[in-house]
Design a protein around this ligand. Structure first.
Ligand SMILES: [Zn+2]
Length: 207
Protein backbone atom coordinates (compact mmCIF):
# COMPACT_ATOMS: atom_id res chain seq x y z
CA UNK A 1 0.00 0.00 0.00
CA UNK A 2 1.49 3.37 -0.93
CA UNK A 3 1.43 6.31 1.42
CA UNK A 4 -1.17 8.28 -0.57
CA UNK A 5 -3.54 5.34 -0.51
CA UNK A 6 -2.91 4.92 3.21
CA UNK A 7 -3.71 8.58 3.85
CA UNK A 8 -6.78 8.41 1.58
CA UNK A 9 -8.16 5.38 3.42
CA UNK A 10 -7.23 6.77 6.81
CA UNK A 11 -4.98 3.84 7.62
CA UNK A 12 -1.65 4.99 8.98
CA UNK A 13 1.32 2.84 7.95
CA UNK A 14 2.27 0.59 10.88
CA UNK A 15 5.22 1.77 12.96
CA UNK A 16 7.50 -0.27 15.22
CA UNK A 17 6.57 0.33 18.88
CA UNK A 18 10.22 0.23 19.93
CA UNK A 19 12.10 2.25 17.26
CA UNK A 20 9.35 4.07 15.35
CA UNK A 21 10.41 2.84 11.91
CA UNK A 22 7.77 1.43 9.60
CA UNK A 23 7.10 -2.28 9.95
CA UNK A 24 4.95 -5.10 8.66
CA UNK A 25 1.19 -4.64 8.96
CA UNK A 26 -0.10 -6.04 12.25
CA UNK A 27 3.43 -6.42 13.64
CA UNK A 28 4.13 -4.64 16.92
CA UNK A 29 7.86 -4.34 16.30
CA UNK A 30 9.98 -4.28 13.13
CA UNK A 31 12.06 -7.29 12.09
CA UNK A 32 15.26 -5.71 13.42
CA UNK A 33 13.82 -4.98 16.88
CA UNK A 34 12.12 -8.38 16.94
CA UNK A 35 15.46 -10.05 16.31
CA UNK A 36 17.19 -7.97 19.00
CA UNK A 37 14.50 -8.79 21.53
CA UNK A 38 14.74 -12.47 20.66
CA UNK A 39 18.45 -12.30 21.51
CA UNK A 40 17.85 -10.85 25.00
CA UNK A 41 18.49 -13.32 27.81
CA UNK A 42 15.82 -13.89 30.50
CA UNK A 43 16.90 -13.43 34.13
CA UNK A 44 16.05 -15.64 37.10
CA UNK A 45 17.07 -14.90 40.69
CA UNK A 46 15.94 -15.04 44.28
CA UNK A 47 14.73 -11.48 43.75
CA UNK A 48 14.03 -8.69 46.25
CA UNK A 49 13.34 -9.61 49.93
CA UNK A 50 10.02 -11.39 50.47
CA UNK A 51 9.95 -13.17 47.11
CA UNK A 52 10.67 -16.83 46.45
CA UNK A 53 11.80 -16.15 42.89
CA UNK A 54 11.94 -13.30 40.40
CA UNK A 55 11.96 -13.97 36.67
CA UNK A 56 12.23 -11.32 33.96
CA UNK A 57 12.09 -11.92 30.22
CA UNK A 58 14.88 -9.43 29.40
CA UNK A 59 17.23 -6.82 30.87
CA UNK A 60 15.68 -3.33 30.89
CA UNK A 61 17.64 -1.95 27.94
CA UNK A 62 17.38 -1.51 24.18
CA UNK A 63 14.19 -2.87 22.62
CA UNK A 64 12.78 -4.15 25.95
CA UNK A 65 13.14 -0.72 27.49
CA UNK A 66 11.54 0.89 24.42
CA UNK A 67 8.55 -1.43 24.70
CA UNK A 68 8.03 -0.70 28.41
CA UNK A 69 7.98 3.04 27.57
CA UNK A 70 5.63 2.48 24.62
CA UNK A 71 3.12 0.74 26.87
CA UNK A 72 3.52 3.09 29.84
CA UNK A 73 3.66 6.46 28.12
CA UNK A 74 2.10 5.91 24.69
CA UNK A 75 -0.49 3.42 25.82
CA UNK A 76 0.20 1.03 22.95
CA UNK A 77 -1.90 -1.86 24.18
CA UNK A 78 -0.74 -4.46 21.58
CA UNK A 79 2.63 -4.16 23.35
CA UNK A 80 1.09 -5.81 26.43
CA UNK A 81 0.16 -8.80 24.22
CA UNK A 82 3.68 -9.05 22.83
CA UNK A 83 5.11 -8.92 26.38
CA UNK A 84 2.69 -11.60 27.57
CA UNK A 85 3.57 -13.81 24.57
CA UNK A 86 7.27 -13.54 25.35
CA UNK A 87 6.72 -14.36 29.04
CA UNK A 88 4.52 -17.34 28.14
CA UNK A 89 7.10 -18.71 25.66
CA UNK A 90 10.19 -18.23 27.78
CA UNK A 91 9.30 -18.52 31.47
CA UNK A 92 9.85 -22.00 32.98
CA UNK A 93 6.67 -23.86 34.01
CA UNK A 94 7.63 -23.79 37.70
CA UNK A 95 7.63 -19.98 37.53
CA UNK A 96 4.26 -19.67 35.79
CA UNK A 97 2.04 -21.23 38.43
CA UNK A 98 -0.69 -19.86 40.66
CA UNK A 99 -3.25 -17.11 40.21
CA UNK A 100 -1.91 -13.82 38.81
CA UNK A 101 -1.84 -10.72 41.00
CA UNK A 102 -0.84 -7.45 39.30
CA UNK A 103 1.38 -4.98 41.17
CA UNK A 104 -1.10 -2.16 41.95
CA UNK A 105 -0.51 1.27 40.39
CA UNK A 106 0.12 4.38 42.49
CA UNK A 107 -3.24 6.22 42.60
CA UNK A 108 -1.75 9.49 41.31
CA UNK A 109 -0.17 7.73 38.32
CA UNK A 110 -3.35 5.88 37.51
CA UNK A 111 -5.26 9.18 37.54
CA UNK A 112 -2.68 10.86 35.35
CA UNK A 113 -2.30 8.05 32.82
CA UNK A 114 -5.87 6.80 32.89
CA UNK A 115 -4.72 3.21 32.59
CA UNK A 116 -2.47 0.72 34.30
CA UNK A 117 0.34 -0.95 32.28
CA UNK A 118 0.98 -3.71 34.87
CA UNK A 119 -2.74 -4.49 34.94
CA UNK A 120 -2.86 -4.75 31.14
CA UNK A 121 0.13 -7.09 31.07
CA UNK A 122 -1.30 -9.21 33.92
CA UNK A 123 -4.65 -9.53 32.12
CA UNK A 124 -2.98 -10.51 28.83
CA UNK A 125 -0.87 -13.13 30.62
CA UNK A 126 -3.80 -14.54 32.62
CA UNK A 127 -5.73 -14.97 29.38
CA UNK A 128 -2.88 -16.88 27.74
CA UNK A 129 -2.19 -19.12 30.73
CA UNK A 130 -5.88 -19.69 31.52
CA UNK A 131 -5.13 -18.60 35.10
CA UNK A 132 -7.38 -16.47 37.28
CA UNK A 133 -6.53 -12.79 37.65
CA UNK A 134 -6.88 -11.71 41.25
CA UNK A 135 -6.32 -8.00 41.69
CA UNK A 136 -6.24 -8.23 45.47
CA UNK A 137 -3.59 -5.59 46.21
CA UNK A 138 -4.35 -1.94 46.87
CA UNK A 139 -1.84 0.89 46.90
CA UNK A 140 -2.45 4.04 48.83
CA UNK A 141 -1.13 7.45 47.84
CA UNK A 142 2.08 8.60 49.48
CA UNK A 143 1.90 10.82 52.52
CA UNK A 144 2.29 14.58 52.15
CA UNK A 145 5.73 15.10 50.76
CA UNK A 146 6.05 18.86 50.94
CA UNK A 147 9.20 19.95 52.69
CA UNK A 148 10.67 16.47 52.83
CA UNK A 149 14.08 15.85 51.39
CA UNK A 150 14.14 13.90 48.15
CA UNK A 151 16.34 11.15 49.61
CA UNK A 152 13.88 10.72 52.47
CA UNK A 153 10.92 10.55 50.11
CA UNK A 154 12.62 7.98 47.91
CA UNK A 155 13.43 5.85 50.92
CA UNK A 156 9.76 5.54 51.81
CA UNK A 157 8.34 2.10 50.99
CA UNK A 158 5.11 2.09 48.95
CA UNK A 159 2.00 1.59 51.10
CA UNK A 160 0.39 -1.60 49.85
CA UNK A 161 -2.16 -3.91 51.47
CA UNK A 162 -4.37 -6.82 50.41
CA UNK A 163 -8.08 -6.16 50.01
CA UNK A 164 -8.99 -9.74 51.02
CA UNK A 165 -7.52 -13.21 51.40
CA UNK A 166 -4.58 -13.75 49.05
CA UNK A 167 -4.14 -16.97 47.02
CA UNK A 168 -1.68 -19.45 48.64
CA UNK A 169 0.62 -19.38 45.65
CA UNK A 170 0.89 -16.07 43.80
CA UNK A 171 2.32 -15.04 40.47
CA UNK A 172 3.03 -11.35 40.99
CA UNK A 173 3.19 -9.44 37.68
CA UNK A 174 4.66 -6.05 36.75
CA UNK A 175 6.01 -4.58 33.51
CA UNK A 176 9.46 -3.76 34.90
CA UNK A 177 11.40 -4.65 38.05
CA UNK A 178 13.52 -1.71 39.20
CA UNK A 179 14.63 -1.28 42.82
CA UNK A 180 12.42 -4.10 44.11
CA UNK A 181 10.95 -1.97 46.94
CA UNK A 182 7.47 -2.21 45.42
CA UNK A 183 7.76 -5.97 44.87
CA UNK A 184 8.90 -6.45 48.47
CA UNK A 185 5.98 -4.38 49.77
CA UNK A 186 3.59 -6.46 47.62
CA UNK A 187 5.11 -9.73 48.86
CA UNK A 188 4.81 -8.61 52.47
CA UNK A 189 1.14 -7.65 52.00
CA UNK A 190 0.39 -10.96 50.22
CA UNK A 191 2.03 -13.05 52.94
CA UNK A 192 0.16 -11.12 55.62
CA UNK A 193 -3.03 -12.06 53.73
CA UNK A 194 -2.22 -15.79 53.56
CA UNK A 195 0.15 -16.31 50.62
CA UNK A 196 2.83 -18.97 51.23
CA UNK A 197 4.64 -18.61 47.90
CA UNK A 198 5.22 -15.42 45.94
CA UNK A 199 6.97 -15.53 42.58
CA UNK A 200 7.44 -12.31 40.61
CA UNK A 201 7.40 -12.13 36.83
CA UNK A 202 8.20 -8.98 34.90
CA UNK A 203 8.78 -8.25 31.24
CA UNK A 204 12.09 -6.49 31.97
CA UNK A 205 14.49 -5.96 34.83
CA UNK A 206 16.76 -2.99 35.46
CA UNK A 207 20.25 -4.28 36.16
ZN1 LIG B 1 11.98 -1.37 15.47
Amino acid sequence: MDLLHAVATGIAPPLCAACGRSCRAEAVVCTRCGRRLAGAEPLLSKGPPGLDRAWSSAPHEGVARGLVSALKFRRLLPVADLMADRIQWLAPAHVLSGPIVPVPPAPARLRRRGFDPAGELAAALAERLGTPLESCLVRRGSRRQVGRRRAERLGQPPRIHASGIAPRSVLLVDDVLTTGATMSACAQALRAAGAARVVAVTFSRRL
